[in-house]
Design a protein. Sequence first.
Length: 540
Amino acid sequence: MLSTMHDMPLSLAHLLRYGSTVHAGAQVVTWTGSGSRRRTYAEVGRRCSALAHALRGLGIEGDDRVATYMWNNAEHLEAYLAVPAMGAVLHPLNIRLFPEQLIHIANHAEDRVIIVDGSLVPMLAPHLPRLETVEHVIVTGGPSSALAAPSGVTVHSYEELLAGRPDEFDWPEVDERSAAALCYTSGTTGEPKGVAYSHRSLWLHSMQVCMSDGANLRQGESALVVVPQFHVMAWGLPYAAFMIGASLVMPDRFLQPAPLAELIAAERPDFAAAVPTIWQGLLQHLKQHPQDISMLREVLIGGSAVPPSLMRAFEDDHHVTVLHAWGMTETSPLGSVARPPAEADGEERWRYRYSQGRFPASVQARLVDEQGRSVPHDGVSVGELCVRGPWIASSYYGVSAPDKFVDGWLRTGDVGMISEDGYLTLSDRVKDVIKSGGEWISSVDLENAVMGHPAVAGAAVIGIPDERWDERPLVVVVLHAGQAATPAELRDFLAASVARWQLPENWAFVSEIPTTSVGKYDKKQLRAEHRAGRFDVIRP
Ligand code: AMP
């Protein structure tokens, strides 16, 4: 028997209509460095219509790709909503990619239009002649005349293009399974690959962002979105905010600790999201420039493992709750979220919160061994994490990857354990785990332990070749300004929490650890630097 329910497609056009009318008064706030620009969701809705008319006028039809090369700001939100709502496909380009990757991605996606922030024009301009399918560049927030267009490309000013356009648009009905947005993986290993999110997957994911076992985004609150809009759709926050009626606080290009602290003081957000390196930077800044940030009800951190010391510092020094979550470009990205069970208490509660968390009902997870056999969820057996669900990728756009998509599951490349009550604890990436004398050492566990030392500002651990053991850990450390610690001291400190045979004997002190295009420690780069002999490795 078929159900008697409506088969109503889930579409971002409906989300746009809904948010801009029912939550008309919610705002997108963009930081300018010295103050804020504000736009209500009602205005955003009208400007989205104008943008859609403008893009139609430029010939955007069907599933044409419209790229963005932008910071997090109001105009980027407009592109997020208008482009998919008109049936086209939004493609946020990662502004921190190496030129070759950027060019590869834009050509692979066949972007026809790029919307670019005026402040980013100098970064994009040199690559334009190599972007084979781009016909129009639309410049926001500044004069389009600053950009000399290569032949075949027309340059427009965003505001001039929108001016005088109708503030209503006849949003088309689209198949909910069709692509709404395209994000490429950050390419930590190998070429970036495209993940095409559907209207349906983005809608369902937005509901999860609002659920109490998800990010629990709430009506009337404001969310500071530090995670870039080009990194897995800003973790779904913009669409979820439109769905639930939360306001968005966008930092634009002001991502350093000092301006972020200023923005927090001025806008007093209730919620914020970013990768751990951003929060480590903010914590250090707050040590030197104390400031109240306790208005933040919750801070969502993911993208790499959150060191327990970081969670404790936020809680103990600033009365801010850190919410640890796991996800990836292929998973939209939520993923597991580390909310402890209600009955957990005291230290047990913390142990749950340190883990990568539990999966929601919509996402199924399992662990497999190297032969692809299931590994029990008993909290001790280790395997590679595989996931599937309505917002989990089942393939890449235009590239076959039979090793990633196996028997209907996405193989994540992450290794860890799942407890009987469903909590995931990751030990490593398959490619980062250190194989020492036939045993595995978790680089993440070592990093978390080293970062617990009060003199350590940051630490990344990689495996380096070793004649006797195959591989041994090398700890690359950044110390807090004005603080000192020797490798022997740090090793002694680790001895309390790390098994003897895992204690690292190779240490290097650096002034900065390189990060990837999305702000994670770049272990590929660290391995290359080690091979090139750039580290002064100390053995205590
Ligand atoms: P990306 O697609 O750039 O977001 O990268 C996804 C990868 O980041 C995952 O496969 C993990 O290796 C890593 N990652 C994300 N969240 C976490 C976390 N909470 N703990 C450890 N690793 C994480």
